[in-house]
Design a protein around this ligand. Sequence first.
Ligand SMILES: [Zn+2]
Length: 370
Amino acid sequence: MNNSQAKKYSNTKLAFSISETILSFVLLFLFTFLGLSIRLEMYIRTILSNNYAVFIIYVLVLAISSAILFSPFNYYTDFYLEHKYNLSNQSFLKWIWEGSKAAMIGAAFGIPLLMLFYYILQKFGIIWWLPFGIILFIFSVVLAQIVPVLILPLFYKVTLLENESLKEKIMHLCKNAGLKVGSVFKFDMSKNTKKANAAFTGLGRTKRILLGDTLLDNYSEDEIETVIAHELGHYKKKHIIKNIIIGTLSSFLTFYLIAHLHRISLSWFGFTAITQISSLPLLGLWTAIIGLIETPLSNSISRKFEYEADNYAVTSTQKTEAFIKTLEKLTDQNLGDREPHPLVEWFFYSHPSIKNRIAYIKSASTPINY
Ligand SMILES: [Zn+2]
C-alpha cells in the first residue's frame, strides 16, 4: 500500500485540527477580551431574569454559534476527506443524521452537567473544583458502564457474535487472562466507514468485547485473536483502572489550576466575580492551555500502555506473525501514517506508529539466550 496517500490524509487531518484549535482559541479570546461576552450576558438579562435561565441561554448561544462557525471544518474533515480517500460508506444525509444524534445525546448529558457546575460555582465559590471533580468522576464511572448497553446501540446495531469457533477462541483467551466477560458482540461499523476496529468496553457487569463487522469480514481468526489478546493485555496490565486513577487525579489538578487562573485573570478582561456568567469562557481558555501541556504527557502514558498490551498479545498467543500482519492490515485499511515525524508522534499519537510497534513486537518476541 502506498504510504504517501496515508501521509497526505493524516497530515491534512492534523493540519485542520491544529488550525481549528488555534482559531477557536483566538475567537474565544477575542470574544472575551473585546467585551462581547459581557454584552451577550447583558442582552440576555434584558429578556430573562432567572440566573440559571440566563446561564443556559448564554451557553446555547455560544455552542450553536461555534457549531455553525466550525461546520465547514467539520464537513471537510469528517465527510469530504473520508469520501475523497474512499474511507466512508455514509451518504450526506446519513452523516447529518448521525451528527445530530451525537449532538442531541451530548446535550442530554452536557446541559444537566453544566447546570450542576453553575450551581456548585455559586454555592462553593473558588473551591468549586473539588465537588465538581468528584461529581465528574462519578459521572464518568456511570458513563463507562452505560456506554456499551445504552449509548452504542443508538448508533450501531449490536448483536451477539455468531461465529462459534471464533467465540470459543476468544472465551479461551479471556479465561487465560482471568477475565469474566459477558459475551462477545459485533456491531455494524461498515454502515459508516470502511475502517476497522475492536474495543473492550464497559465496567463491571457491562464489560464486553465489541468487534466491528469490518474487522470480522476481512481478518482471519488468528488475526482477530491477536487483536483480542491486545485488548486483554490492557485488562491484564490493569490499564483500565490505571487510566481511571490517572484521569481522576489529572482532572482534579486541572480543575484546581483553572479555578485559580480564572480568578487571577478576571480583572484582565474586565470581570469582577468568578460567578459572572460572561467570565466563564475564560475557563475554556485556561483549559485549552493546560490541555496543550497535558496532551503529550497523556499520550506518552497511553503509548506505554499500548506497548505493554502488544507485549501481552504476543506472549499470550505466540502468534507474532499474525499480529504483525493484523497491525499492517489495520494501518492500511484505516489509512494510518506508517512513519509520522517523531515530534508529531510524540505530541499527538495515543498509539505508537506502526513502524515503532512492529520494531517493538519483534524485539519483545525474540527469545533471549542467556
Ligand atoms: Zn490498545
